[in-house]
Design a binder for this molecule. Structure first.
Ligand SMILES: Cc1ncc(COP(=O)(O)O)c(C=O)c1O
Length: 464
């Protein structure tokens, strides 16, 4: 067993790491990163890695972008902070809201800012409740999330999340949240069932669930266009069209959680465009600032806004907001980020390099460890299995996904195991074709080493 360095020991003795196996961490210690440039990050020993997960699906423009650094510094010099409470305002927030209104895939009248995706989804729930009280529908309060969905970790957003590990022992989910099925065709499709048939079945099951719960009690449905942390689950063909029709029939709002998919990740500005979703409202965060500073946002339609106006007139104030709702530095960086995305035509860039990414992902489907390979735009995952034909998974405690990630790290690639043993790739949007190939060369070596480890150390014969 490796001896932790002094520095690593300081980490272990001081930090409570988010979403980490705290016991293993005490033994393995941290990966301490020191700097970044382009799509690469460097650890404290100077070792270089491709950031294959764009940090946490967020560093769209990569590292060391001077324009973003200058935008933040300029704003700090000019006005480091002012808030938006009680009608106060500032130019960067106004400009950003105007820009979001222009590009939003939902009918947008106003924009509400937060500092994270979790706060943004919390705000979605509060607004849905407030709105339905305002319009005289006090029973219409439940929110439908989906299994394998990820929407954050606050009490409310973790409740929307459909991954049991985020609920167990936290006494979640809270009341008034229900979960529909995950749209995972490869895992949950019946033998011989096409993607379209599977989508029809899921939409029917959703409608059954709505009837069971009583449509008059359901305010909204929340979905990521591509489920990210749940395993990069790409919806089956026609799924969202069919789901949308069900929701419309029952006056249930569609909240598109674009926290990962927004800003070109799937090859369009929004995942909603890629999958024919017509959301009522959108949650965004992460790549909106390329993660240089924290920022989240939700869009508000005109009818909802009008109801909020009436209600705040009645109550005296619309009593919701964070100190950092519309932080000027975050807004300035977001304005610059979007300006750069538009100037360099990030959507076209993703469409240009995506075929290389998709082709390398597809090739890995033939690897003995890989059951399914899924990808779109610049996001994908390899679902690892013991047996390719029976699709039998590994026992989660064997940590096969984590092992691939560890080997990849040694080979100079940072990636992440999500949603069971699915190894996710989601590099910075500005990655080039050569860098994609560099990343996949490392990933292929990591998979080969992991397959060898599974057979030799775990004594498991991989089945084809
Ligand atoms: C789709 C989605 N929604 C919400 C969140 C929560 O965002 P945050 O971690 O900024 O609270 C995430 C984070 O990964 C996410 O992927």
């Amino acid at each position: 067993m490796r001896q932790l360095t002094n520095f690593e020991t300081r980490d272990v003795e001081t930090l409570l790491h988010p979403t980490t196996n705290l016991a293993t961490h005490r033994v393995s210690g941290p990966l301490v990163l020191e700097r970044g440039q382009g799509v690469h990050v460097y650890d404290t020993t100077g070792k270089r890695y491709i950031e294959g997960l764009a940090g946490l699906w967020c560093t769209g423009l990569g590292y060391g972008n001077q324009e973003l650094i200058e935008a933040a510094a300029d704003q700090m010099r000019k006005l480091s902070f002012t808030h938006l409470f009680g009608g106060r305002s500032h130019e960067p927030a106004i400009a950003l809201a105007e820009k979001i209104k222009e590009i939003s895939p939902a009918p947008t009248s106003k924009v509400f800012f937060t500092s994270s995706g979790s706060e943004a989804n919390d705000s979605q729930i509060k607004l849905a409740w407030y709105y339905n009280n305002a319009r005289g529908k006090p029973r219409k309060k439940k929110i439908i999330g989906r299994m394998r969905g990820y929407h954050g970790v606050t009490i409310a957003s973790a409740s929307l999340t459909g991954l049991p590990i985020f609920h167990t022992d936290f006494d979640l989910p809270m009341a008034r949240v229900v979960h529909a099925e995950a749209p995972h065709h490869w895992r949950a499709g019946h033998p011989g069932e096409t993607e379209e048939e599977f989508a029809t079945r899921l939409a029917k099951n959703l409608e059954d669930l709505i009837h069971k719960e009583d449509p008059e009690t359901i305010a909204a449905f929340i979905a990521e266009p591509v489920q990210g942390a749940g395993g990069v689950i790409i919806p089956p063909r026609t799924y969202f069209e069919k789901v949308q029709a069900v929701l419309t029939r029952h006056d249930i709002a569609f909240i598109a959680d674009e926290v990962i998919c927004g800003f070109a990740r799937t090859g369009n500005w929004w995942g909603s465009q890629t999958f024919n979703i017509r959301p009522d409202t959108v949650t965004m965060a992460k790549a909106i600032t390329s993660a240089y500073v924290p920022l989240g946002a939700i869009t508000v339609s005109e009818p909802v806004y009008q109801a909020l106006v009436d209600e705040s007139k009645k109550l005296g104030v619309f009593a919701h907001g964070f100190t950092y709702s519309g932080h000027p530095v975050a807004c300035a960086v977001a304005n610059k980020t979007i300006e750069i995305y538009q100037r360099i035509n990030i959507v076209r860039h993703v469409q240009t390099v995506s075929p290389v990414f998709m082709a390398r992902m597809k090739t890995l489907k033939d690897h003995p460890l890989v059951g399914e390979s899924r990808a779109i735009g610049l996001i994908g995952a390899l679902e690892l299995v013991k047996n390719k034909s029976s699709k039998e998974s590994f026992d989660g405690r064997q940590g096969v996904g984590a092992k691939v990630v560890a080997f990849a790290q040694e080979e100079g690639l940072i990636c992440r195991s999500v949603g069971g043993d699915s190894v996710a790739m989601c590099p910075p949007l500005v990655i080039t074709a050569d860098e994609i190939n560099e990343a996949f060369d490392a990933l292929t070596k990591a998979l080969d080493r992991a397959a060898h480890w599974v057979e030799k150390d775990l004594g498991i014969k991989l089945g084809s």
